[in-house]
Design a protein. Sequence first.
Length: 108
Amino acid sequence: MKALLIYITASDKEEAVKIAESLVSKKLAACANIIEGVDSVYHWKGKVQRSKESVVIAKTASELLDDLTSEIIKIHSYECPCVAAFEISGGNESFLKWIDESVEKNQV
């Protein structure tokens, strides 16, 4: 099993909590952290934009990336939500095993 950290931006804390709870309750992620008050600067529709956002960092198994991404796109308010996956190349083996045991990889 390859463990992943998934970086997701959300419009505010309420949306971040909705995303995190959906992913964890459906066992698409073992857990999710929410960081409030992120200042974002980005190009959108031909302009440089600024906004306050919240960030969700979810931990999951690589096998679930497609299902997890689909779930986020389904419930997210953004037209083009940020969902970026980063492979965990090492760390606490007990923690990585817990991630593997906490998700459900045979989802339909």
